[in-house]
Design a protein around this ligand. Structure first.
Ligand code: ATP
Length: 316
């Protein structure tokens, strides 16, 4: 017998340039039709989803009560961090992808159809354990942060930065083609991004690269709205992967990009490296562009301790 559902919707209406609003509307119609109790909280500023999810996780809930987060990868990141900071960090939640990139949903094979989510919740309220990454910043070791997708230093973060400030993104977003901006900024990123030294440690092993231009620790294959940087990465193998790519020229970039799209053989290139581990330390002693789950991070240098963790998600 199913428990009576009571759904708490937590929405970033700015996500996906209108997509979150549309999905919220579809879900609400469905809930009214099916006579399912619900309430709605909307984030009114960047960062508020952390607070709202933390409050939710810290309250006691009856069986049948479910938090549903509606938004893009940034909103998912905030909800995950809020739940993990709450007094019940294992609190499960559901996620309806409604952003422009939706990389986590692509990796977890989540649909943005509210009907499918509702069917799942009516069938079972047992959540699934999904990997996420955690990181600590040297000097702030008492605070653990989480990511569902990736933490990137260098090229991908530079492209992410250029895309986020791009006027073109606003226009293309309106045409539902916001993802294109990331592709268009790849060339500008290649010109802008310098190389840097990176030191990586995992267990007793150590690696040192002098001409890195992308260092991304990832929970799954995708970045930038579906680019399969590391096809072998999995969200349920209880490992995270750190990818290091050394600088190369435009000709090689084009060749590698074709291989990446064709069959994933770019990973065999001698300038492409990846390390799979449960724990990994990444050190970059220089200010570089950085992103976590698509949102910009500002740090003057990086000594980051990454680890794989898990969270409870109603997968469907
Ligand atoms: N009311 C708000 N006004 C402005 N920004 C907000 C508001 N609510 C949340 N945000 C911020 O919007 C950021 C981007 O949202 P989100 O990532 O969910 O959507 P997106 O960028 O369209 O999707 P994706 O990251 O999948 O491409 C979030 O990191 C969050 O901090």
């Amino acid at each position: 017998m199913n428990k009576k559902l009571r759904l708490h919707l937590l929405v970033n209406e700015t996500a996906g340039n209108g997509r979150a609003k549309k999905i919220l509307y579809q879900l609400v119609l469905l809930l009214i039709n099916e006579n399912i109790d619900f309430d709605i909280k909307k984030s009114t500023y960047a960062g508020q989803t952390i607070k709202l999810a933390q409050e939710y996780g810290s309250n006691i809930h009856n069986e049948g009560e479910v938090l549903i987060v509606i938004g893009g990868d940034g909103s998912l990141n905030e909800a995950l961090n809020g739940i993990k900071r709450s007094s019940n960090p294992e609190t499960p939640f559901a996620y309806l992808p409604a952003g422009t990139g939706n990389d986590f949903a692509r990796a977890a094979k989540l649909s943005s159809d509210p009907k499918l989510l509702l069917l799942r919740l009516k069938k079972s309220l047992i959540p699934d354990k999904i990997d996420c990454g955690s990181f600590q910043i040297d000097g702030h070791l008492n605070q653990l942060y989480y990511f569902a997708n990736s933490f990137g230093i260098g090229f991908d973060a530079c492209v992410n930065h250029l895309s986020n400030i791009s006027e073109l993104k606003k226009i293309l977003n309106k045409l539902n083609k916001g993802k294109l901006v990331y592709g268009l900024n790849i060339l500008s990123g290649l010109r802008k991004q310098d190389t840097f030294n990176v030191e990586i440690k995992s267990g007793h092993q150590q690696w040192y690269y002098q001409k890195a231009f992308l260092v991304t620790t990832t929970n799954h294959p995708y970045l930038g709205g579906g680019i399969p940087l590391l096809p072998s990465a999995r969200i349920d193998n209880h490992k995270i992967d750190t990818v290091v790519v050394e600088k190369f020229g435009l000709n090689k970039l084009v060749k590698l990009f074709i291989n990446l799209l064709k069959d994933g053989s770019h990973i065999h290139d001698p300038q492409f490296h990846y390390i799979e581990a449960e724990k990994i330390t990444v050190t970059v002693n220089k200010k570089e562009f950085a992103q976590v789950d698509g949102e910009e991070v500002k740090l003057n240098s990086f000594k980051l301790e990454f680890a794989v963790k898990q969270f409870n998600l109603f997968r469907y």
